[in-house]
Design a protein around this ligand. Sequence first.
Ligand SMILES: Cc1cc2nc3c(=O)[nH]c(=O)nc-3n(C[C@H](O)[C@H](O)[C@H](O)COP(=O)(O)OP(=O)(O)OC[C@H]3O[C@@H](n4cnc5c(N)ncnc54)[C@H](O)[C@@H]3O)c2cc1C
Length: 267
Amino acid sequence: MSPADEKFYLGRVTKRVDFAPDLWSLRIQPGGEFHFTPGQYATLGVQAGEKLRERPYSIASSPYESELEFYYELVPNGKVTPDLYKLQAGDQLTMRRIAKGRFTLDMAGPVTNHLLVSTVTGVAPFVSFVRTLHKDWKEGKFDGAHKLFLLNGASRSWEFGYLDELQKFAREAPWLKYVPTVSRPWEDEKWQGETGRVDDLLRKYTDLWGLNGKNSLGYLCGHPGMIETGKGILQRIGFHRESLKEEVYWVPSKAQNIHPFLPATGN
Ligand SMILES: Cc1cc2nc3c(=O)[nH]c(=O)nc-3n(C[C@H](O)[C@H](O)[C@H](O)COP(=O)(O)OP(=O)(O)OC[C@H]3O[C@@H](n4cnc5c(N)ncnc54)[C@H](O)[C@@H]3O)c2cc1C
């Protein structure tokens, strides 16, 4: 890849935040106009010798922001994340000029409840939804008729990169409910919030919030095991295939255990 290549931008890291030893976010100045809809992903690349290695990453920032933000998990034996992990403010990486993906919020149809379910970094597209709607709401461009119900799972609370921000939005915005849940509370004694895996909590919260296949759309993002189980549970309570969207972050190899939050996979 040469920086002059018309398919790519050379993005520059402007900020890095570490949440846990294997979880961090980067803000990136794309170096040119980059259009996207909340929920879409960018294709980021790192140079490995002569080879450019690329992976898709959901955009956590809102299109209203001038920089792009991403939330990463390190996969220790992965081809790309160990190099992304080395990046600090000032460093560069490639970025395809075109955003992709259909994991966007469907506000055009008659259904106004949106159940958002994520594991760890899978919260990124939902952060983009919320940041965008919050700004629109503040400016009177969104009347709050669409409601977001966000269930966010992690093994331990320090894996919630956006906990404070989302809790703050949820306190302020009547159209947002946010429930972070920790699946390994015994490793996180200070955590006082919800416990259990997100998929195990789906029945409880759909009941509590009155969400069903007729009045809601479901969006599942992140861990393949959670998505598989979560889809099954939602289908059993009446969600049709057409009312479910999914963004599967990786395909487990045969040797991997795909059950969420078990040590064989990390998460
Ligand atoms: C649309 C889309 C959006 C994505 N958005 C994000 C995002 O916002 N943040 C993010 O961190 N990742 C995201 N991913 C995953 C990302 O694209 C890479 O797959 C991931 O970062 C691993 O890349 P790698 O090259 O280091 O590992 P690879 O060399 O690609 O993978 C090595 C092995 O690890 C497995 N693996 C990959 N990821 C994980 C994981 N998280 N846990 C356990 N095993 C894994 C693979 O199946 C493979 O067996 C997204 C994926 C898709 C398809």
